[in-house]
Design a protein around this ligand. Sequence first.
Ligand code: GAR
Length: 186
Amino acid sequence: MKKIVLFASGNGSNVENIIQFFKNNKSVSIVGIFCNNPHAKVLERAENHKIEATIFNKTELNDTLVLEKLNQLQPDLIVLAGFLLKFPSHIIASFPKKIINIHPALLPKYGGKGMYGMNVHQAVIDNHEKETGITIHYVNENYDEGEFISQQATNIENCKSAEEIASKVHELEHEFFPKIIEKIIT
Ligand code: GAR
């Protein structure tokens, strides 16, 4: 049995989608959801699926609480699925090549500090881009700079707002992210 843990900060539509994708898979199990926001909708999703949730603040992420919990769970893969804080280097060092992130743009464009969620889509529309997409990559110490695993692009010439772009990007995320996770883990 391969074990996955998911990190998320907000709504958690990717988390929901990944849970659904692996629901009937007997060789992959989602063993924990980690969230830095006690009011996030993703926590309701964890409860609905009876998956243990760990809630923590920035300090607890950067000292020992989160690492200790991860060491107890011994995941084969740590998936950042809409996680908006910088991932600490001591956890990265403890799980080499076992942490992946999804970024809602075609990196290296629109990456780095402050570039997350709607900020990314707003910057994309402000720059009149014709396409955007998703990047799934390994996590290293620098924001959005780890080795790429997969990128998918989508045309946004007809999009009139950052919200429309977000919705097209979410479609791509929901279609491709679980499949890539499955490929990596099995
Ligand atoms: C997703 O679009 C994900 O790519 C992005 O946050 C959104 C979360 O949506 N992640 C980042 O911006 C990380 N830098 P969700 O809560 O509906 O899954």
